[in-house]
Design a protein around this ligand. Structure first.
Ligand code: AMP
Length: 428
């Protein structure tokens, strides 16, 4: 190792990030395909926003008093002096994209989804990463509580379709700009009375945003928060009606749920409905997905007055609950010996790949026997034998590894045999 080369210790992944390796990646792809299939069946369309955004977007959107903005953002100054942040969540980016491209004027349903990485500088532990992945779902311009229920029902269907059943759905209402000030006042009074039992951070929150005390992870603060006033006692008429109608629609959809009056969620922009799905056998980091309504966010951005609702599901936490196995791959392994045969083998590999067959050819200069050993070890379905003789005649041997049978033929015939084995044996 030269004096300038990095030490071995520096060559590991950044703390709180992880690789998704072959073997695992196939399961991610399967889950992502199922997410796409299901949410598109509900009318959602993919919207891919950049991973970096102006820092101000999250300060305004996520909220300046949230843990995400005050403690967890990956923020840096770029070469031209702009403050840039790696997105810690997706909703502000969608709101920005809508305003920037005036998607609200297109007349198409404003239902968007994305799957991608998010970044939060939090203490890494099981189920909590610094780079993690979310499925994010957003609906805009739908005020009706029926959509709140539809979204929760869609989240539930998604989990069921992936075989996840050990979950609990929790719902609440966090009120709106009209009713939250009264609640915040009551909360502030109550928190003030137990100030010395709260952590330093929560003492600060008494002044800035007492609702955020519910997000605190310190056990003593959680204990105190359990006895705090509940928002449900402070809802205005409109929020009460919305919450009741939401639950009525949810009852009709057949999704089981619990009302959890402490569920305020860690973001400032929520209004009315909030919900979470919990992994019942998960440890501390047991929320698989969470979301809610944000009727004022767009307007607060200086955009049009369009309401929104959505949820984000953590892929890592979802994957931990999934028992899917990767499908065994079916592929052809081309063995070859000699220079003339090698050139022919390369050409044949191209031919079979173009024909739609996954084909592997390796160039280690191994003997026929060793290449057969490799093909066997890698679990290939077929082996194509390309020697000097075969290359000269244009007739090759194909071995079916499971059946142990070997047949000869032209590349066209062998391709047909691989693609349509039953027709071939029936003399097609
Ligand atoms: P939030 O955006 O905080 O509402 O989180 C939505 C979902 O994203 C959670 O329910 C988790 O499944 C997932 N999530 C949030 N933060 C993390 C993290 N640091 N590591 C892994 N998953 C996370």
């Amino acid at each position: 190792m030269s004096p300038d080369s990095p030490s071995k210790k520096e060559l590991i992944a950044v703390k709180g990030t992880h690789d998704i390796l072959p073997g695992e990646v196939e399961i991610w792809q399967k889950v992502e395909a199922e997410v796409k299939r299901l949410v598109e069946a509900y009318g959602y369309r993919e919207l891919r926003a950049p991973i970096i955004e102006p820092t101000e977007l999250f300060e305004k959107g996520t909220g300046e008093t949230t843990d995400i903005v005050t403690k967890e953002m990956y923020t840096f100054i770029d070469k031209s002096g702009r403050s840039i942040t790696l997105r810690p969540e997706y909703t502000p980016s969608v709101a920005r994209a809508i305003v920037e491209h005036r998607l609200d004027l297109l007349g198409t349903p404003m239902r968007y989804y994305t799957i991608g990485p998010m970044f939060r500088y939090d203490k890494p532990q099981k189920g909590r990463y610094r780079q993690f992945h979310q499925v994010d779902i957003e609906v805009f311009a739908e005020k009706d509580p029926a959509i709140d229920a539809e979204i929760v029902e869609m989240a539930d269907s998604l989990l069921r379709s992936l075989g996840v059943t050990e979950t609990e759905t929790r719902v609440n209402s966090v009120g709106c700009k009209a009713c939250r000030p009264d609640f915040s006042r009551a909360l502030r009074e109550r928190a003030e009375a137990v100030r010395d039992k709260l952590c330093e951070d929560c003492r600060r929150k008494i002044e800035t945003n007492p609702l955020r005390i519910f997000d605190c992870k310190v056990a003593g603060c959680r204990e105190q928060a359990r006895a705090f006033p509940k928002i449900t006692g402070y809802l205005c008429g409109e929020c009460r009606d919305h919450f009741a109608a939401f639950r009525r629609f949810l009852d009709l959809s057949g999704v089981g749920y619990k009302v959890d009056e402490n569920l305020v969620r860690g973001l400032d922009y929520y209004t009315k409905t909030t919900f979470e799905v919990i992994n019942l056998s998960g440890g501390q980091q047991n929320a698989v997905l969470g979301g809610g309504r944000y009727d004022d966010m767009m307007k607060d951005f200086g955009g049009p007055d369009i309401c929104g609702i959505g949820f984000a599901m953590g892929m890592e936490r979802l994957m931990a609950m999934i028992t899917l196995k990767p499908e065994p791959r079916r592929f052809l392994y081309v063995v070859h010996a000699g220079e003339a045969a090698k050139a022919k083998a390369v050409e044949l590999a191209r031919f079979f790949r173009r024909g739609g067959v996954e084909t592997l050819i390796e160039f280690g200069g191994r003997s026929f026997k060793n290449q057969f050993g490799r093909a066997n070890k890698l679990g290939s379905s077929w082996v194509l034998i390309v020697g000097e003789d075969e290359a000269a005649k244009g007739i090759y041997q194909l071995k079916d590894m499971a059946a142990g049978t070997q047949t000869g033929g032209t590349p066209d015939e062998l391709l047909r045999r691989i693609l349509r084995p039953s027709c071939e044996s029936a003399g097609d």
